[in-house]
Ligand binder design. Sequence first.
Ligand code: PLP
Length: 361
Amino acid sequence: MEYTLLAPGPTPLPPSVSEILARPMIHHRTETFSKAFYSCIEKLKKVYRTETSDVLMVTASGSGGMEAAVVNLLSPGDKALVCVTGVFGDRFVKLLRAYGLDPIVISTELGRALDPDKLKNQLLMFPDVKAVFLQHTDTSTGIVNDVKTIANVIRDNSDALIVIDAISGLAAEELQTDAWDLDVVVAGSQKGLMAPPGLAFFCISPNAWKAVDEARLPRFYFDWKALRFAAEKGQTPYTPAVNVVFAQEEALRLITAEGIENVWKRTSELASFARAEVKKRGWNLFAKDPANILTGIVMPEGTDSQAVVSAILAEDNISIAGGQASLAGKIVRLAHMGYIQKADVERGFSALEKRISITTT
Ligand SMILES: *Cc1c(COP(=O)(O)O)cnc(C)c1O
């Protein structure tokens, strides 16, 4: 039975991307590598919608990218504000605490996006906040934040840097780095960007670079200045995930050929289809402010979502995701970003239907 990957990362690879991964290894201190590197950076700028920010990459999963944003922007004793809409906002909190900082935390009810007014109140209360961290889309709850409005609120009420985790949102939901005036946008190769796990990307504004000059948290592997210095020659300071860079170049070729606006539109249409499939069956959507990257479905009373996930994998060879942290056992999450096709989503719903027969209200 063919395997169907419907988890929200890593996501399925287009065949031309998989093909590139099978090529023989090459050395990275070569012109061939630098060409692929530059090509990724140039195409990523289109995906990020930026002409004024620098784009860099590092070999790491998305969380490494989040850590890089923390250590390159802040100093001991700095005040930071984290907007927690789920597990990934919590990760920023843990990261900041690991570096000895004591972040101000705004938490929303799970399944809800951040309320910009709530953020405004906190910014007025703490005028010396150095950076605000939040998710574009929180993959644990399936919400999308109104980043455009939130960025406006931050600019109007604070000098804080705007740091966005778009690891699952980039190349899936609308994001405009320049037009929305975002300082740092972190992304990862393995979600909307349709490449294998292994690369984290950063979009860094001129304003953010000023903060990098002043930041004093310890850093070595994730030092953006070292990354920028090497990037000027189409290189990375240390051995990169060579074949992932080539795979990412191909995936970005597909994305830019389709056009990023068309990617957003296609993802949004597939999300509408998925939400309609949920409602049609009388099930409940988890997110009140749903993202287009995935659909979270609330399990009826007495149904353990983890058992549903395991049964679907064992019997139908389909990977969907359960809930994380406090949502474990309570929801399933079915992704529809990147290379996931409508037929895949339909297969996911047929498999779910066999295990969730009870209609909820
Ligand atoms: C996947 C993801 C991450 C990072 O996860 P890794 O497993 O480290 O790649 C961070 N934030 C969001 C919103 C994500 O979806």
